[in-house]
Write a protein that binds this ligand. Structure first.
Ligand SMILES: C[S@@+](CC[C@H](N)C(=O)[O-])C[C@H]1O[C@@H](n2cnc3c(N)ncnc32)[C@H](O)[C@@H]1O
Length: 499
């Protein structure tokens, strides 16, 4: 079969009707048996993370990395690298009946070179996600997004908590809805691309889940009169003069879909609910980013925690996202079109971002921008705690509960010191682990006093407060209020933590 014929087969839909989760259990168990997780699969390809797996490196993956051809090597070949397996190779993995079932559903196929998979399967935390192949000749408008760094970052930042109704907006293969299912009574996923919805339904069955439902439609349209206590979204966010890929192109501003998703939050998120959106952070000359985002939410009260990283000039971003083949005559024209479009929109730099919201009912809204580092596989970002600390700023009762706990300097602080500058002034510092997701800063004298109190070791919240008040003997400010603010600041910065 020619490559083009295989590609045509690959854009077919799964046969979902009548398919039961039990039918996919052998595939699920096979992946689990050979430890098909992020660490193993990325590690097999010499990669630390998904963005280290590079399509052009294929010959080395096949000839060097997977030379041993062990069962996990074969799984990586067929499900990540989109290669063929011969009869013996596949039969050493699955029984004949299960191979037939997977062929019938549309996962496996065969030609004169052997068996191949119509889909890629990515491990993400505990789940397995079928998508279109990343090792493919070309994407088409309805391609189902192969998990990218954006998908993994959101997966690693998912709020740690229990929820009633969760919404996975722009769900693609359903990765975040599926991961959220273990924490939610019910999950609904929405995608405009019916092919993606088909993949997501397949993935719910593959992961043996029953509390997840996927619908196709435009943004909130399929759930117009419903509300949720957790909204998760990875909308297309690339600023682009092209409209060719559903999963990528997010209008010339890059914000077309993200803005609609954020503007719909007040109508669909319950009080004290959380929303998380992964997006490009598009920076424009003279624009206040946080003000823009809070403007999209209207008059309702929300805390906003905007996390940004890897900001860079637009040419790097454009070169990473223009889809035209570099050897084609259109390439020259397209690069110029993209740059003109970015300039027209006033875009000066673009980074990777994660926007987190908590609906605060009537509490004072707090908006904050922080830099973060991309979390590694297995590393989770603690978003809920930071949003919850914001919530306690004007809530004495909640703050008193917090003080019942014991605290210490955070494990992310590798080294801290307290010394004197040549001028005689006392100086404080903290050096964070190179792998820490956040690097906090000790802003303000009161925050430094708390750090100083904890310098010697663990203390109860009440003890810290008493010592702090002792130190502030001469202050005329309200000690309670001053302490509350400073204490929540050091917690929010990740400089100290509760144990
Ligand atoms: C970047 S992909 C993310 C897929 C998946 N959530 C993930 O993280 O891997 C964006 C998804 O948004 C979908 N999409 C684009 N426009 C949409 C719209 N107007 N309403 C709903 N979904 C949309 C695309 O089909 C695509 O699946």
């Amino acid at each position: 079969m020619k490559v083009e014929q295989i590609e045509r087969k690959r854009i077919r839909q799964f046969k979902i009707r009548g398919l039961k989760k039990e039918d996919l259990l052998p595939l699920h168990d096979l992946l689990q048996k050979y430890d098909y997780c992020e660490k193993t699969v990325f590690g097999k390809l010499g990669a630390d993370d998904i963005d280290d797996i590079l399509v052009n490196y294929l010959p080395a993956y096949l000839e060097i990395h997977l030379k041993e051809n062990s069962p996990i090597d074969r799984l990586v070949k067929i499900f990540i690298l989109a290669r063929h397996l011969d009869d013996d190779e596949i039969k050493g993995l699955l029984e004949d009946v299960h191979i037939e079932k997977l062929m019938d559903v549309g996962v496996l196929d065969r030609d004169e070179m052997g068996y191949f998979s119509n889909v890629a399967i990515f491990p993400c935390k505990w789940a397995f996600l079928a998508t279109d192949h990343m090792f493919t000749t070309a994407f088409h408008p309805n391609s189902v997004y192969p998990l990218g760094m954006d998908s993994y970052v959101l997966a690693r930042a998912l709020i740690d908590g229990k929820f009633q109704n969760t919404l996975d907006m722009c769900c693609g293969c359903g990765v975040h809805g599926i991961l959220a299912a273990r924490q939610s009574r019910k999950v609904t996923g929405i995608d405009k691309n019916p092919r993606a919805v088909n993949f997501a339904r397949f993935n719910a069955l593959l992961n043996q889940l029953e509390n997840v439902e996927f619908r196709s439609g435009d943004i909130y349209e399929p759930v117009e009169d419903k509300d949720f206590d957790w909204i998760i979204a990875n909308p297309p966010f690339v600023p682009s003069p092209e409209k060719t890929l559903y999963f990528r192109h997010g209008s010339e501003s890059g914000e077309g879909i993200s803005k609609s998703v954020i503007a719909g939050i007040p109508d669909h998120l319950r009080d004290y609910g959380y929303a998380q959106i992964v997006t490009s952070m598009v920076m424009r000359d003279g624009e206040d980013y946080l003000k823009k985002i809070s403007g999209w939410l209207g008059d309702e009260h929300f805390h906003i925690l905007a996390l940004g990283t890897r900001f860079g000039p637009i040419h790097r971003y454009i070169l990473n996202h223009v889809t035209t083949d570099v050897r084609s005559p259109e390439y020259y024209r397209d690069i110029v079109t993209w740059v003109k479009s970015y300039r027209k929109g006033g875009i000066i730099s673009i980074g990777d971002g994660l926007l987190n919201f908590k609906r605060t009912h009537e509490k004072e809204s707090i908006s904050e921008f922080r830099n973060f580092r991309m979390p590694k596989p297995g590393q989770d970002i603690e978003i809920k705690q930071i949003l919850d600390y914001m919530d306690i700023y004007d809530d004495n009762e909640e703050f008193d509960k917090l003080l019942e706990l014991a605290f210490e300097i955070s494990g992310d602080v590798q080294f801290c010191w307290q010394g004197k500058k040549p001028s005689g002034e006392v100086s404080y510092g903290a050096l964070f682990n190179p792998g820490a997701v956040f690097e906090g800063v000790l802003n303000g004298e009161n925050e430094r006093v708390i750090f100083d109190i904890l310098f010697e070791g663990t203390r109860s919240g009440k003890e810290i407060k008493a010592k702090f008040e002792d130190r502030l003997k001469d202050s005329s400010a309200s000690k309670d209020e001053t302490f509350q603010r400073a204490f929540l600041n050091v917690l929010k910065e990740g400089i100290i933590r509760s144990i």
